[in-house]
Every structure is written in C-alpha cells, then in structure tokens.
Ligand binder design. Sequence first.
Ligand SMILES: O=C(O)[C@H](CS(=O)(=O)O)OP(=O)(O)O
Ligand code: MG
Length: 256
Amino acid sequence: MFSLGHVEGTACCGRISRHDVPVRSTFVGIDDIREAPKTAVVIDVMRAFTVAAWAFARGAQRIVFAETLASARELKTRHPDWLALQDGAPLPGFDLVNSPGLLRSVDLQGRTVIQKTTAGTVGALSVADADVVLCASFVVADATALFLLDHRPDEVTFVVTGDGGHAEEDLACAEYIAERVTASVVQAAPYIERARNSTAAARLNDGVLQGYEGIHPDDVDLCLDLNAFSFIMLATRENSHMVLHPTRPAADSTRG
Ligand SMILES: O=C(O)[C@H](CS(=O)(=O)O)OP(=O)(O)O
Ligand SMILES: [Mg+2]
C-alpha cells in the first residue's frame, strides 16, 4: 500500500516527485456552487460522511442519497429491504440515525442504505454532475488524499457542507486533505483540534448532555478518528440516483 509519508516533497536526483505537480484546491460552500466542478470532494465530518464510512465498515454495499425526507421514505417504500437513515432524533419510517456511535454496532452486511442528512447529502447532490465526486471526512482523509495524488486533477473543489460553507470541522478536514496531497509531511493534530473545538462538536456534546436521541457520547471522538478506514467513498450516478460506494485505492507498485 502506497504510503503518502514517504513521497519526497521536492525534486530529488533529477526525478520529479509527485508533489511537484500542483493541484489547485478551492474551498466552497454548497450555496457557492454555480456549475459542476470536474473533481469534487464533499466534506462532512460531523457526521454524514463519518457515518457513511462506518456504514461501509459494517458491511453496507452502497448508500443512496435522498434529496428530502419524503423522497427517502418513498425509496424505502419501493425498496423495503433498503435501510433509511436520517439525522436528528429517530423518525417513523426510518431505520437508522446519523450517528457513528449508534451505527457501529449494527450489522449492515450486504445492505443498501438510504441517507438523508441536513448538510452532507445535500452537498453531495449539489455536485452530482461533476466528473468525479468523493465524499470524505477525517476517517478516510489520507485514502482520499492518495486518490487525488494518484489521479492528480488540475483542480479540486472541496465542498465545505456545514454552516453555509464555514463549518470549522469541515474546513479543517478539507484543508488537511489538500495539504496532504501537496506536502510530503503534514501534522494532523492542529486540524483535528480545530474540529474538536468547532461549533458542531459543541452542538453534539450539548445534545448528549441534554439527552437528545440520535446522538451517541462517542460521536465526536469517532468523527475525529483520523484514517480509521483505508477506503475512499466515490459517488456515481446509477439510473436517477446518486450512489456512494467504498473503493480501495489501487495497490501501489510503481509510484515514485
Ligand atoms: O447529523 C449531523 O450531525 C448534522 C446535523 S447539523 O447539520 O449539524 O444540523 O448533519 P450533517 O448533514 O451530518 O452535517
Ligand atoms: Mg456536518
């Protein structure tokens, strides 16, 4: 498996290292998107794409994004064996909630999950026409950076889904991934601390204190668990749906 940590950050012995090819990164909120970018990385750390990664870790085969709660219920009606997931307190007609702490004990082997959340799934659907759509969070950060390093698009549009494009946890994760693509060594701790001190983290911790359903005491820590998983999450169009799949970056053999 290719290790990002060992790629030289500068030209060495005449060899142009991978990091010398600039990848231009832009960071936008959902409402800033006017046209589909070529390569989009949709970030939702707390909690949609931490939850999505945990769903795959628990055996889910794919995740279908729903535009609205109503369309999620309609999909569930048409496909009763699919599991419907939404954020907030449990709702009638839904099977799961958008909590990694609650999801990590559920067996999802071979299942299709319908996911509708406040920000993450909206962000993914807003760039559905992009050539490449990755959905990411800290738990798949380096794998996502490796994919970008491998594919080296000229430009990457990071969609910061939370708080109108200003969610500190999402921006920190996006900046970490962007840095991981261009620099050979990156200290992750400052990025993780920005997320730990974010409004979203405070909201979740407060929700635990208030006893809100649909939040687990471990949710924040699970969202900050850097590189818990080594797969990426690629979203593609399937018929009229946008579907997320876990994909392993190609095993490295010849990368310099
Ligand atoms: O479920 C979550 O943690 C959030 C709720 S909110 O956006 O912070 O209100 O939704 P998500 O779409 O996962 O960011
Ligand atoms: Mg979020």
